[in-house]
Design a protein around this ligand. Structure first.
Ligand SMILES: Cc1cc2nc3c(=O)[nH]c(=O)nc-3n(C[C@H](O)[C@H](O)[C@H](O)COP(=O)(O)OP(=O)(O)OC[C@H]3O[C@@H](n4cnc5c(N)ncnc54)[C@H](O)[C@@H]3O)c2cc1C
Length: 252
């Protein structure tokens, strides 16, 4: 409960983002002293280490997300939108509100101004595909939405490779082409996804038990990495173990 005295002295903190940084702050913030306003295009926090499992269907989305509004019941306000400008002098942030019609480009998204005493910028970073020509057309793995798209696409690839029109002398070659997955980047995300995807392929192509036994010898998971060692941010023994473990599984 917030007393009238506290209400008079509370500082307004605008938090931009609902990812790891913002979520950690929301969880421990003392709302008797701080009026927390969260601004993010995403109304939930995502436990990113589970995204690869979500993309391959071993984890459900609800077990890896937490709604901003329930992360801390004393948060003053959550606003679904993006910060598009900050006036540090006037202590104001401009927020472009999400609109259900955004994707059709039919409306000019409304903008509002928020005043703050303190601003927390926890907007994360973007996937960088500039160095890899063609990767702009690839699927990403950074949000639940990405995982959902990837999950659907993976399933569709297995169906595409199983279609009856894949026939003739080059049938096996064509099935392999349709069920070869290329992952760009051997950081933790790429390595985890390669492992998860391979396990999924192993499982669903099991003779007599899997849904796609005829693709047993066709599915390939290829991890493409520009550096000399996988997961370069980790120590050498872990890098070597990551490579060994993927090779043991059969990831190329
Ligand atoms: C698949 C995957 C697995 C990972 N596994 C691990 C792991 O096992 N261990 C580990 O330590 N790290 C892991 N990471 C990295 C970890 O998730 C990031 O380091 C962490 O998310 C960074 O936290 P952040 O708060 O800076 O940004 P994020 O968590 O990315 O959050 C950014 C937030 O800002 C919001 N936002 C974006 N633009 C705006 C804007 N203009 N205005 C308002 N809000 C905005 C976004 O919607 C999002 O809610 C993983 C990452 C991925 C993608």
């Amino acid at each position: 409960k917030i007393t009238p005295e506290e209400e008079l002295t509370r500082k307004t903190v605008v938090v931009l983002g609902s990812g790891w940084g913002a979520h950690a702050l929301m969880k421990v913030a003392n709302c008797n002293k701080l009026r927390i306003i969260v601004v993010s295009p995403s109304n939930h926090f995502v436990f990113t280490p589970m995204l690869a499992s979500a993309a391959t269907g071993t984890v459900e989305y609800r077990s890896m997300t937490e709604a901003v509004r329930s992360a801390n019941g004393m948060i003053e306000e959550y606003i679904e939108g993006k910060a598009v400008g900050v006036d540090i002098g006037k202590k104001r942030v401009t927020v472009r509100l999400n609109s259900l019609l955004d994707q059709y480009g039919e409306t000019e998204p409304p903008e509002i101004e928020l005043e703050y005493d303190h601003l927390v910028v926890a907007v994360g970073c973007k996937v960088d595909v500039k160095g890899v020509p063609g990767a702009t057309n690839s699927l990403r793995l950074k949000s639940c939405d990405d995982a959902r798209k990837l999950r659907t696409a993976i399933g569709e690839c297995f169906e595409y490779a199983s279609r009856p029109d894949v026939s003739g002398a080059d049938r096996e070659e064509e099935r392999t082409r349709r069920s070869t997955f290329l992952i760009v980047g051997g950081g933790p995300t790429g390595v985890e996804l390669a492992g998860e995807l391979y396990d999924l392929a192993e499982d669903i192509t099991r003779p007599h038990k899997g849904s796609y036994p005829r693709l047993r010898n066709n599915v390939k998971v290829v991890l493409c990495h520009s550096g000399s060692a996988l997961v370069p941010q980790f120590e050498q023994p872990l890098q070597e173990e990551a490579l060994k473990s993927l090779r043991r599984k059969g990831v190329k």
